[in-house]
Design a binder for this molecule. Structure first.
Ligand code: ASP
Ligand code: MG
Length: 421
């Protein structure tokens, strides 16, 4: 017997028929003798709909009330899945975030999980009851509802898996694993059998929508075994125990399995970044601190940063990116600090995309960035900003060139699947 957390995303939960399919997958795992907890997303499109209502109500919405609204989508699907499981003759009950509880900090709309009380949950599972837990939501110490940021149900699933000491956390989604890049952009993308935590972390943080970034760092930290697989499988498909999807493993584990690693593991594109340029910022110590301090205090994550070479009069332009969703707030904040920072103009551009190539292989190989710049230049794609880490190179380009850039790079790094594969 194993203890398994199964997580189902929005497309898997969209409508009664799909929920019934999910219920059957869950029931099969339980019938195989496993203890099962299920974490669910809201129905596809539902969270977007709820977010829109918040924006319409108040463009500068209070994140605490936003959380009250958007957390509701998962409450609906968790209740519906429990009902559907009961209809199949299983014992099942829902556990809302505040009922377990899943404690978080008070950073509304992007709260971090602190502690999950698992005693009641484990007792219920031991009785043969399937636990159904709405993802994405938690509760603060003073009992206000929080959400974990978009895509947060993955993080809920991993956190629950860690809390109950699960043998595995299976993330069921609408794709059957992690691909070298988005197969909708590159038809020759290949499914990866294994990917390391580090690579997955980079891929998730640069726009691969398969898993929420924080779920991966949490899994890495807690040593949770995560597998990504499809919920759109037939009744007679190979059971999850036999690895049909992509398994996320540690570096050491991978070395033992896959000796012939490719240089690059994956390419991701992220259109949810916006570019901000502050012109003629005083070129003196402390200047950038006055820019990024207030943004950090407002919980706005800055990603790429470039400080251009100084102009003659002791001034410099500073370019950086923020999540598109935070652009309006960032702009408002910076305008309010105009005097203190001392910039001349603020220029924003929401029509940019960040393209990243990721792979542990590049730790020991030179020339990865050069290949990227050459391939993009050959197609006339202009690079507006660059950032790198040990296993990643990212560039900022015009959003309209996203698909072209991804295709060009997939070929440049010899990642295209051959016909036979
Ligand atoms: N429903 C939430 C969202 O769309 C959380 C999730 O699905 O993971 O972001
Ligand atoms: Mg998701």
């Amino acid at each position: 017997m194993a203890r398994i957390v199964m997580k189902f995303g929005g497309t898997s939960m969209a409508g009664s028929e799909r929920i019934r399919r999910v219920a059957n997958i869950v029931r099969r795992q339980q019938a195989a003798g496993h203890e099962v907890a299920v974490v669910v997303s809201a129905m596809a499109g539902e969270t977007d709909r709820l977010v829109n209502f918040c924006r319409e109500a108040n463009p500068l919405y209070d994140p605490a009330e936003y959380d009250v609204v958007v957390a509701s989508g998962e409450q609906v699907t968790s209740g519906l899945l429990a009902l559907t499981l009961q209809a199949l003759g299983c014992q099942a009950r829902s556990w809302l975030g505040w009922q377990l509880p899943i404690r978080t900090d008070d950073a509304h709309a992007k709260a971090r999980i602190g502690e999950i009380d698992s005693d009641a949950l484990l007792a219920s599972m031991a009785k043969g009851e399937i636990a159904v837990i709405p993802g994405f939501q938690g509760v603060t110490d003073d009992n206000r509802i929080t959400t974990l940021g978009r895509g947060g149900s993955d993080t809920s699933a991993v956190a629950v898996a860690a809390a109950i000491g699960a043998d595995r956390c299976d993330i069921y989604t609408d794709v059957d694993g992690v691909y070298t890049t988005d197969p909708r952009i590159v038809a020759k993308a290949r499914k990866l059998k294994y990917v390391t935590y580090e690579e997955m972390l980079e891929l998730a943080s640069v726009g691969s929508k398969v898993l929420q970034t924080r779920s991966v760092s949490l899994a890495m930290k807690e040593g949770v075994r995560v597998q990504v697989l499809s919920s759109f499988i037939d009744d007679d498909a190979t059971p999850a125990d036999e690895i049909p999807g992509t398994m996320i493993v540690s570096d050491e584990e991978l070395e033992g399995i896959d000796m012939e690693r490719q240089l690059i593991t994956g390419i991701a594109a992220d259109k949810n970044e916006a570019k901000v340029i502050l012109t003629r910022v005083p070129d003196r110590p402390g200047a950038v601190a006055t820019i990024f301090g207030p943004l950090a205090a407002a919980n706005i994550n800055v990603d790429m940063i470039i400080q251009n070479v100084g102009r003659d009069k002791g001034e410099t332009d500073v370019t950086f990116t923020v999540p598109s969703a935070d652009l309006l707030r960032a702009q408002t904040l910076l305008e309010a600090q105009k005097e203190a920072i001392g910039f001349n103009r603020i220029i924003t551009d929401g029509k940019v995309a960040k393209i990243s190539v990721v792979g542990v292989g590049m730790k020991s190989h030179a020339g990865v960035a050069a290949t990227m710049f050459r391939a993009l230049a050959d197609r006339g794609i202009n690079i507006q900003a660059i950032s790198t880490s040990e296993i990643k190179v990212s560039v900022l380009i015009d959003e309209d060139e996203t698909e072209l850039a991804v295709r060009v790079l997939h070929t440049a790094y010899d990642m295209d699947a051959t016909e036979a594969a």
